[in-house]
Design a protein around this ligand. Structure first.
Ligand SMILES: [Zn+2]
Length: 389
């Protein structure tokens, strides 16, 4: 199994014709049931509801539902309680406990985090391991892989249901086959991480860039739009894109790598890459914290955050304009992102795009908090294994 392929819809939305019809229709039925999951306790859909929502015939739906029940993915939850005359319809729902998923977040520069999740994305158990050993040295290369192995082993060991798969959000550029092409902070270059974990744990594994994983969480679980950009503000700055409901990876798997895009033509702070005025030099958390520490008063602090927000707005405006995005979501520390920074980003974005087309763009901070990559990794497994999100 590979990562989320470029150009593949995250969710099936319509009927297709013969060759791939059965698998597609199965995903369509499962997605319809999955979308209804957790709406309310005791809820569920009847087979007739599913036929209506998917446009499939009742015979096809009954046939596919029988298959899904045989596999344990779908269960009958009882008769519909309503006042309609006649025999009440039997409701069906995805069994959230049919499988569990391991989601792993390697985005933090000091700690690897992971969780065991139910099929509906609820976190059952969390685990984390520091990258620094007792000697205070931060693990890189094979030592960092060993820490990841230990974290995954703990979560796999804690599962009390079959595991659907392991999803990993890694920093750096990740190729479509789950090879980490370059994650400099971890000392990983050309590391076949998906293959390594799949062999070690004998489970399906999906690996993708952390920001690309985070945008899947926002799209799948956080109420995100079908055309959205998510910007991660952390040790570095990255972005993930969903356009027309599809995850975008780019020609070299580096879509969303905006951290070292130079913003403006007026220079700017020195960047670790050797140039001046990269987005990361304005916006990365360590840079912001350092600038804020030097600010003498509240007005100066606000000016630091406003400048960072403006630079982000300048970088995003052409992207929003070119792709006609509906929504831009920021993740990062609340005390930095909320307030002057996000206000300046919104103002700059509006000033630099056409109000007629882009005035409706929503800009907000993600509500998914620290679990966003872990949960996005689970969405990635759901999409790859079941065709739902
Ligand atoms: Zn740079």
């Amino acid at each position: 199994m590979t990562g989320i392929a470029t150009g593949r819809a995250l969710r099936p939305t319509a009927k297709v014709l013969p060759e791939h019809a059965r698998g597609h229709n199965r995903s369509l039925v499962l997605q319809t049931l999955y979308s209804a999951l957790g709406a309310e306790v005791g809820a569920g859909l009847s087979r007739a509801d599913v036929a209506r929502e998917t446009g499939l015939t009742r015979v096809t739906v009954s046939d596919l539902v029988a298959e899904l029940i045989d596999e344990g993915l779908v269960v009958e939850t009882g008769p519909r309680e309503d006042a309609r005359p006649g025999k009440p319809a039997t409701l069906i729902a995805v069994d959230r406990d049919a499988f569990q998923i391991v989601g792993v977040d390697l985005a933090d520069h000091a700690t690897f985090r992971g969780a065991l999740l139910a099929l509906d994305g609820e976190i059952i158990r969390r685990a984390e391991l520091p990258l620094a050993g007792p000697d205070g040295v931060t693990a890189t290369g094979d030592a960092a892989v060993a820490i990841l192995d230990a974290l995954v082993a703990e979560l796999v060991g804690a599962a009390d249901r079959p595991i659907l798969g392991i999803g990993v959000g890694s920093p750096g550029v990740v190729g479509p086959t789950g090879v980490v092409l370059a994650a400099p902070n971890l000392g990983w270059h050309g590391l076949p991480l998906r293959e390594h974990l799949a062999e070690r744990f004998a489970l399906p594994v999906v690996v993708a860039n952390d920001a690309n994983v985070a945008v899947l969480a926002e799209h799948g679980l956080g109420g995100g739009d079908a055309d959205m950009l998510l910007v991660t503000i952390g040790h570095g700055v990255g972005a993930g894109l969903v356009v027309g409901g599809m995850a975008i990876n780019g020609s070299r798997s580096a879509a969303g790598e905006i951290g070292h895009v130079v913003v403006g033509t007026d220079g700017g702070p020195d960047c670790a890459c050797g140039r001046q005025g990269c987005l990361e030099a304005w916006l990365a958390v360590p840079r912001l914290r350092a600038a804020l520490a030097e600010a003498p008063d509240e007005a100066a602090r606000s000016a630091v955050l406003t400048a960072a927000g403006q630079r982000l707005g300048i970088a995003l405006a052409p992207v929003v304009g070119a792709l006609d995005l509906a929504e831009v979501v920021l993740t990062g520390p609340e005390d930095l992102v909320d307030g002057a920074l996000i206000t300046a980003t919104a103002d700059t974005l509006r000033a630099r795009t056409l109000a007629e087309f882009h005035g409706h763009v929503q800009l907000r901070r993600s509500d998914l908090g620290q679990d966003i990559v872990t949960r996005g990794a689970a969405v990635m497994v759901l999409s790859a294994r079941l065709g739902v999100s």
